[in-house]
Design a protein around this ligand. Structure first.
Ligand SMILES: [Zn+2]
Length: 148
């Protein structure tokens, strides 16, 4: 776990560690591309990346481009962040987003009043730069009608 500091000594957002299985995922974020790990045996998406398929234990895995579109499954607004590196952002929306490919991501919905983020809202990926050149996948409202 690493916290990156700005030149003035204040911390920036938590910089996620990279497991060996997740290296292709994070490499793609350097080009602002969202990719998902897929199992070749059962042809299903996997998130977060891991060494074997959690359904069939298959080890023949590959990364494929993702649509970057999803639907909010659950959301919580943090008015006072437990993490001090997020203090300047409060209030902010922490959400579970169901990607159209069929996996769920823990993320933030940004660029909108966090209290307006609701279950069923359609969202699209956006990218927040990290200090090391990677990007963090966050989401913004995609417009259109919420799904029930
Ligand atoms: Zn599988």
């Amino acid at each position: 776990m690493s916290v990156i500091e700005r030149p003035d000594g204040t911390p920036e957002r938590f910089s996620p560690p990279v497991s060996p299985a997740a290296e292709p995922f994070w490499a793609a974020t350097r080009e602002r591309r969202l990719v998902l790990q897929w199992c070749r045996s059962c042809d299903r998406p996997i998130h977060f990346p891991r060494e074997a398929c959690p359904r069939c234990l298959g080890a023949e895995l590959e990364f494929r481009p993702a649509s970057g579109l999803g639907t909010v499954h659950a959301v919580s607004v943090m008015p006072k962040p437990a993490n001090p590196t997020m203090a300047e952002r409060a209030p902010y929306a922490v959400a579970l987003v169901d990607l159209d490919e069929g996996v769920r991501m823990l993320t933030n919905v940004v660029g909108v009043d966090p209290w307006s983020v609701a279950v069923g809202v359609r969202v699209a990926v956006a990218w927040e730069p990290l200090a090391d050149g990677r990007h963090l996948a966050v989401f913004v409202p995609a417009g259109g009608e919420p799904t029930p």
